[in-house]
Design a protein around this ligand. Structure first.
Ligand SMILES: Cc1cc2nc3c(=O)[nH]c(=O)nc-3n(C[C@H](O)[C@H](O)[C@H](O)COP(=O)(O)OP(=O)(O)OC[C@H]3O[C@@H](n4cnc5c(N)ncnc54)[C@H](O)[C@@H]3O)c2cc1C
Length: 391
């Protein structure tokens, strides 16, 4: 039976919850706002299936990438509406056109992030854009399995631990499955997101006021200097309620300074080939330095193809493709690191959470970069300059 004694050993993929034949595992939110499995011991029949599908107990081998590429969607409108180079929407459209089903993350009616599936292009559009909150996966692995067994093509997208969870849950290869993960900085707490949103928008009816949220708006400051944006209704007019560049926005600062990532993210076991995804999507940070002719501040994707299936779907899309290498991509993108240092004030932040009347102030007070972080950023910056100089 699944028993979490150390929270660093549960990524919240929920493969255990969805595989349980007695349906006696549920998810409970802890004081940090993350979900963890909770077993109803009375109903458990000790079949141990939950342990077999747990990516932390039975760890998958890592697969090697076949190709590393810089990719741009040729449709600028789609690229601007996406976080990186707009590859997700092209993959999704292709699968929908072939009669398939697409799984991905959307906002629910409460502006919380949940996984769902779509069978139409309109249904896929809300999945566009990164939502920097751990999504609730619900019953998506079970639903995907049903579609796969019926012979439908399935595109399943998510963060690396969700894709690992999917493969562990399925326990067999399906030729009609295309799994796609992203290169992940880590997932922030849904509980902190809820509190942040309430305070940022304000008022008891804050959820009804909001009409849209973008973590990565490119229209205001471009791809590199992206903005966090909330739009909403005031006096029946749709207005920008909140707009800040990511460097200024408290929620994004707390996320990027590792203040409230899930404990398991600080030592991720699903990155760098362990998720067995066919494709990995990311930002090609540093492309302006490596290939200035490719860069235009509308977004360039870094794509890692790890299977022939993934490669063939990618090459069927309307995209511009440029060859690259893992060495170059890794120099430029910190998200390849499996070990991420928690912000030194993470513990203090969560200890003060209950007593604090303002989560925004608490984030601001605790997320200032330490000397070590400033030094690391300086070294990364100098590394990039060196690469530019050598070229
Ligand atoms: C939590 C998180 C952290 C990330 N960290 C990095 C990073 O450090 N470095 C980097 O290079 N790239 C990172 N990415 C990936 C990047 O932000 C883009 O999502 C990715 O490059 C795809 O971009 P796109 O332009 O092709 O499509 P987009 O339309 O921008 O992306 C849509 C895709 O993202 C998925 N998605 C959105 N939110 C979530 C979520 N909360 N959980 C699971 N899936 C989600 C959707 O299901 C869909 O597949 C991260 C993504 C997420 C969700």
């Amino acid at each position: 039976m699944i028993k979490i004694t150390d929270k660093r050993d549960c990524c919240g993929c929920a493969a255990c919850v969805q595989c349980c034949p007695k349906r006696c595992i549920s998810l409970r939110e802890d004081e940090e706002g993350f979900l963890y499995p909770d077993v109803n011991i009375e109903e458990c029949i000790d079949c141990h299936l939950c342990e077999k599908v747990c990516p932390w107990i039975d760890r998958p081998d890592k697969q090697q990438p076949l190709e590393v590429l810089a990719v741009k969607n040729r449709n600028d409108g789609e690229r601007m509406a996406s976080s990186s180079g707009g590859v997700f929407i092209l993959l999704a459209k292709k699968v929908i056109e072939r009669g398939g089903v697409v799984f991905g993350a959307v906002f629910d009616n409460n502006w919380e992030v949940v996984h769902t599936y779509a069978e139409t292009i309109d249904g896929v559009k809300p999945m566009m854009g990164s939502k920097y909150v751990q999504s609730r996966i619900g019953n998506c692995y079970r639903e995907a399995e049903k579609f796969l067994k019926s012979g439908r093509e399935v595109l399943f997208t998510g963060v690396p631990c969700q894709i690992t969870g999917l493969h562990k849950f399925l326990r067999k290869e399906y030729p009609n499955l295309l799994s796609v993960d992203c290169l992940c900085h880590g997932v922030p707490s849904p509980g902190i997101w809820r509190r942040y949103l309430h305070e940022a928008v304000g008022g008891a009816d804050y959820k009804d006021q909001i009409t849209g949220i973008e973590f990565r708006n490119k229209y205001l400051g471009g791809w590199k200097n992206f903005s966090f944006l909330i739009t909403g209704k005031t006096n029946d007019e749709n207005k920008v309620l909140y707009s800040e560049t990511h460097g200024k926005n408290a929620y994004m600062r707390g996320f990027l300074s590792n203040l409230y990532l899930r404990p398991s993210c600080y030592s991720c076991k699903s990155k760098n080939g362990a998720s067995h995804s066919d494709l990995t999507l990311a930002d090609f940070w540093g492309i302006d330095v490596i290939s200035p002719d490719v860069y235009d501040d509308k977004g360039v994707s870094l794509i890692i193809a790890s299977s022939e299936k993934g490669k063939s779907l990618l090459y069927s899309l309307d995209v511009d493709v440029y060859e690259s290498s893992l060495v170059v991509a890794k120099t430029m993108n910190g998200a390849f690191k499996e070990k991420t240092v928690p912000h030194p004030k993470r513990k203090k932040f969560f200890e003060q959470l209950d007593k604090s009347s303002s989560v925004i102030k608490l984030i601001e007070d605790n997320s200032k970069p330490t000397f070590k972080i400033r030094l690391r950023n300086k070294i990364n910056y100098l590394n990039q300059k060196m690469i530019k100089f050598k070229r």
